[in-house]
Design a protein around this ligand. Structure first.
Ligand SMILES: C[S@@+](CC[C@H](N)C(=O)[O-])C[C@H]1O[C@@H](n2cnc3c(N)ncnc32)[C@H](O)[C@@H]1O
Length: 134
């Protein structure tokens, strides 16, 4: 996959790493934006929060954003009804439950935007408010 990606976008920098482990040298710097699709649901909430803290502390420029597209539900009740409807097709992972996550993401200066894009998918956009110029 890395070889195919490099061939298609030679100017980009690709690497494989455990998201909760050590990152390759080219990634020890801040970025304007970190985008993740369908991966955060691999982690329970404490690991999700630790990863977000790490990204904001070490890998985002001031004013930078994390944008996450993933499987998620507004409430546990909605997840349970989708699980019931899915039957054997349901795969139990750490899906986002917005009303449980929202209080954990409340932090001074952290701007949060959530958008439900289907009955089981959402986009979260998180960014740190920039101090206003004097
Ligand atoms: C459902 S796939 C999504 C792939 C792709 N981002 C997309 O949207 O099509 C989940 C991906 O997360 C990766 N993944 C799972 N746990 C990971 C971890 N701890 N660190 C890095 N990647 C991980 C898997 O290897 C897999 O490629």
């Amino acid at each position: 996959m890395l070889a195919r990606a490099r061939a298609r976008v030679p100017a980009a920098h690709f690497a494989q790493a455990h998201l909760l482990g050590d990152y390759p040298p080219g990634f020890h710097r801040p970025f304007d934006c970190v985008v993740s699709t369908y991966t955060f649901h691999e982690f329970p909430l404490p690991d999700k929060l630790a990863l977000l803290r790490r990204l904001f502390a070490n890998h985002l420029r001031p004013g930078g954003a994390v944008v996450i597209g993933d499987i998620g539900f507004p409430t546990a009740a909605v997840r349970d009804s989708v699980r019931k409807a899915a039957g054997d097709a349901w795969d139990d992972e750490y899906y986002w439950i917005l009303d449980e996550v929202e209080p954990a993401l409340r932090a001074p200066g952290l701007r949060r935007h959530y958008e439900l894009i289907s009955p089981c998918a959402l986009v979260l956009a998180l960014s740190v408010e920039q101090p206003r110029p004097e």
